[in-house]
Ligand binder design. Structure first.
Ligand SMILES: [Zn+2]
Length: 252
């Protein structure tokens, strides 16, 4: 994003967690492109993260390319110092979250102008009750499985319809389904969250996902909501940044 301050200097220091907001010092930027990946929406997205996050994403691109997948499209990671992203999401604030497009239909790498204008294609039917069979294929399963095998993955958020499809379709080793969790939206991209890097005492690590493959009543809950939507909640209000972030966010 233009006009944003650069990273806060010093060694890596991550403050906060996925549900509290936070900040990061010592972030590095994912290059705009590399083997197997491109960033998109460069005008409005942010591509800074912990060095481990950036390394894992580069590994993801390399592995996807080796598997013959189209170029991965990386959307938001974090701002150079973390903190809230436009859109008000509470995660993506500490350099440990990344959004990667799901659509694996064969296509060439995007041109510079297409990288700005592309809207990632939803893999889910408009009614939210299943994947769109005109775009869904085993390639997306392979991609999610590859993502779940990256180092230090805490969890991967996808639309409940995608999780449901995996529950019904994945055979053989299903242990990785444990890391694939249903969440609102996420029909066009997966949200990869990495664990707090070792030694980051101020990084709040969320509890691990419940044991099991998650193909149970907790998944059905999401579809029950479609029948009886919960009352609209109060508008989202970002929590204040942890006090330890003041110095990181204001360093000049
Ligand atoms: Zn995300």
């Amino acid at each position: 994003m233009a006009g944003q301050p650069g990273p806060a200097s010093g060694p890596l220091h991550i403050v906060g967690g996925p549900n509290t907001g936070g900040c990061i010092a010592g972030a590095i930027s994912l290059p705009p492109e590399g083997p197997g990946f491109q960033t998109i929406h460069l005008d409005r997205s942010a591509f800074w993260g912990a060095p481990s996050t950036i390394a894992h994403l580069e590994q993801f691109g390399t592995e996807a390319a080796a598997a013959g997948m189209p170029t991965l499209l990386v959307e938001d990671i974090s701002r150079a110092r973390g903190g809230p992203l436009p859109g008000g999401h509470v995660s993506h604030q500490i350099g440990l979250d990344a959004d990667v497009g799901l659509d694996m239909r064969p296509r060439p790498p995007l041109s510079d102008s297409a990288r700005e204008t592309i809207e990632l294609h939803s893999m889910v039917r408009p009614d939210g009750r299943g994947v769109d069979p005109s775009v869904w294929s085993p390639r997306e399963i392979a991609l999610l499985r590859m993502a779940a095998a990256l180092p230090e993955v805490d969890r991967i958020l996808v639309n409940p319809a995608i999780k449901q499809q995996l529950c019904g379709e994945v055979t053989g080793d299903r242990s990785w389904l444990h890391l694939i969790r249903p969440w609102y939206g996420h029909a066009a991209h997966m949200h990869i969250r990495f664990r707090c890097p070792a030694g980051q005492a101020d990084c709040v690590q969320a509890a691990p996902p419940p044991t099991g493959d998650g193909c149970d009543a907790t998944l059905q809950w999401w579809f029950d909501q479609l029948d009886a939507p919960a009352k609209p909640s109060a508008p989202y209000k970002a929590p204040p940044a942890p006090a330890a972030c003041r110095a990181i966010l204001s360093e000049r």
